[in-house]
Design a binder for this molecule. Structure first.
Ligand code: ADP
Length: 624
């Protein structure tokens, strides 16, 4: 019975061993296999018989062998000890298989006399583990890569987890705030946000986070130096490749400077707009073809068109330029194209109704590539009208004054003639009286002459303005003109000493209006005689250098400061100092007229002087 039982249980045991997925092998201390269960074929591909011809250690991976040998030695030392080790074993097909070997030292057991080793195939588990490890390594690596990238980025970067708390800030962020990562993590970063922006900032963040939508917000963040800087923060929800939401990632840049520039731009744009829309003057933006892209109401009104008409392209500003201004316009075009600016010029535009509008125009190129210019236009009709009326008045007054002056002069001459032709037989008292009257009349004559000259100058000044100043030029000898003028002046001022220095050549040919050139020299001479002390000589010099003749008048009068030298050529300018005021109280017109005459002859005028050192007034004329 006991044998029966024994046989039965033995069979059961065998069946268990033979059908188990794990293989069982019995190894002697030197590794010889004394038994291998059939499952060895499932685990390592060998049949039990084949396996029993191999040493158990021969199939172990060389890398795992030392540690296995070590464990085995240790195991052999302690009877009954159980040890487990994972090793790679070579399958019959040549591949390596992971097996978990559980070894029990039953060498001392007389029935067994071996190390009982169960071999459990863990290749799949190992592979899965390895995959997981590789994945973890990969994740770690990509995380590291991300941080490396983020730390080197020129922007500040943060990330947050699904609980909205921040999990990371890159090096630029920490450098900006001057705080540690630990201080910033979670909600720590909010401490650096300006109190006035904090709530808005949190609201946007929370709202977007819950909706999983990207956001963009600006707020002031305290920099490490304590200064609040404007930050633009762009956040986006972040998902893994399998679509799992992992939180937000955000990038921030300092936009303080940009905001300042924008504000400044806005401010200057506003300033310009206000000015343009004030309609104090006309403003247009147009190109060189004449197309108008922008215009304000003022300019439209000035030329009688509606803004729509102008902006639609129906009217170009070129159409507004009268034919006689085309040449000037071409010159303006050239200037603005080459220099980018158009200095103020007076011209006229044609009004829709055909009349002309006097304007002052100035501008600057604002887009060289497209040829766009900003032009400012000032309506000067009123000023021009006032000028015209002033000139009209001036010339009318001059004419009106001249006529009676001529008669007065004639009458005085007649009276003087009558005195001259008086009977010889007059009583001495009458003779004396007539002598007195003659003197008085001559004095009156002198005064009338001064008056006539002033009126003459006034007339000339209005001619200058209206450009009615005409010359009658002929080939002339400048020597003759100078000689005659000096002689006339000497005649009029007999007591004065006028020195004359002429060039060796007797002929200095010029094309000129002799009367006018004489007038210029007369003016220089009368001034010199008027302003210099009576006991001092005045010298007149005519020289020729190259193709230019130069006439100069030197006096030893009060002289002029540089500012006065500059201003004496202006109309109506007179030096205020008493030594500069002549006995006849001039009008300050003589030098302005002289300059206009000389310039019309293509010559130049000038003065060399210093206070207390006298003056030399000169003019040049081109030789013919
Ligand atoms: P007017 O002599 O009629 O005042 P001008 O145009 O001839 O007008 O001269 C302008 C001013 O320049 C004079 O008023 C005088 O103050 C100054 N000026 C002209 N010539 C001289 C000179 N030779 N010496 C000093 N001052 C002079």
């Amino acid at each position: 019975m006991s044998l029966e039982v024994s046989t039965h249980s033995d069979r059961r045991f065998r069946a268990l061993i033979e059908h188990s997925t794990d293989a069982i092998a019995l190894l002697t201390p030197d590794g010889t296999v004394t038994y291998a269960s059939p499952s060895i074929e499932r685990v390592l591909g060998y049949s039990p018989q084949e396996f029993m011809t191999i040493n158990g250690f021969a199939v172990i991976h060389p890398g795992d062998l030392p540690s296995l040998a070590h464990t085995f030695q240790h195991l052999l030392a302690i009877p009954g000890l159980v040890a487990t080790q994972q090793v790679r074993s070579r399958h019959k097909d040549g591949t390596w298989r992971w097996v978990e070997a559980t070894m029990t030292n039953l060498v001392h057991d007389p029935d067994v006399q071996a190390v009982v080793t169960t071999l459990h195939d863990i290749t799949e588990r190992k592979q899965a583990e390895e995959k997981l490890k590789a994945l973890a390594e990969q994740t770690e690596e990509s995380e590291q890569r991300f941080r490396l990238l983020a730390d080197g980025a020129p922007v500040m970067i943060w990330t947050s987890g699904i609980d909205k708390l921040c999990t990371y800030f890159n090096a630029p962020w920490l450098a900006f705030t001057g705080r540690t990562l630990e201080q910033e993590l979670g909600n720590g970063w909010v401490e650096g946000v300006h109190p006035a922006d904090m709530q808005r900032c949190l609201d946007i963040y929370t709202f977007s986070f819950d909706a999983r939508t990207p956001f963009s917000m600006d707020y002031r963040l305290r920099r490490c130096d304590g200064q609040y800087r404007w930050i633009l923060d762009n956040g986006i929800p972040f998902y893994t490749s399998d679509g799992t939401f992992t939180g937000y990632i955000g990038s921030c840049i300092d936009i303080t400077e940009r905001r300042r520039l924008e504000q400044q731009l806005q401010y200057s744009e506003q300033k310009l707009r206000t000015l343009v829309e004030s309609n104090i003057f006309g403003v247009t933006v147009s190109d060189t073809t004449g197309r108008i892209y922008e215009t304000n109401e003022r300019f439209a009104q000035m030329v009688g068109y509606s803004r729509d008409e102008m902006l639609s392209g129906a009217v170009t500003w070129r159409q507004l330029v009268p034919p006689d201004y085309q040449e000037m316009q071409a010159q303006i075009d050239r200037t603005i194209l080459s220099t980018g600016v158009m200095p103020p010029r007076e011209k006229e535009y044609l009004h829709k109704d055909g009349r002309r509008v006097p304007v002052l125009v100035a501008g600057a190129m604002i887009d060289q590539q497209r040829g766009l210019a900003l032009v400012v236009i000032l309506d000067i009709s009123e000023r021009k009208e006032a000028e015209r009326r002033k000139q009209e008045f001036q010339s009318m007054v001059s004419h009106e004054l001249r006529t009676p002056l001529t008669s007065i002069m004639g009458l005085i001459d007649l009276a003087l003639m009558q005195i001259d032709l008086r009977p010889r037989s007059l009583p001495p008292e009458a003779e004396a009286l007539l002598g007195q009257i003659e003197k008085t009349l001559k004095r009156a004559d002198g005064q009338v002459e001064i008056e006539t000259r002033l009126v003459e100058e006034l007339l000339e000044a209005s001619r200058l303005e209206t450009r009615k100043f005409e010359l009658s030029v002929h080939p002339e000898n400048l020597v003759t003109i100078v000689q005659e003028t000096v002689a006339n002046q000497q005649q009029a001022a007999r007591t004065r000493h006028i020195e004359l220095v002429l060039p060796p050549d007797e002929l200095v040919p010029v094309i000129a209006d002799a009367g006018r050139v004489g007038q210029v020299l007369t003016n220089y001479l009368t001034n010199a005689l008027k302003y210099a002390p009576v006991d001092q000589p005045v010298s007149v010099r005519l020289e020729v250098t190259g193709t230019v003749a130069r006439v100069s008048v030197r006096d030893l009068g009060p002289g002029l400061t540089p500012e006065q030298q500059h201003r004496v050529w202006e109309r109506f300018y007179q030096v205020a100092a008493p030594e500069h005021q002549g006995p006849d109280g001039g009008l300050g017109l003589g030098l302005a007229i002289a300059r206009a005459i000389v310039e019309q002859h293509q010559g130049q005028v000038g003065v060399e002087s210093a206070p207390g050192q006298g003056s030399t007034f000169w003019f040049t004329l081109p030789l013919s």
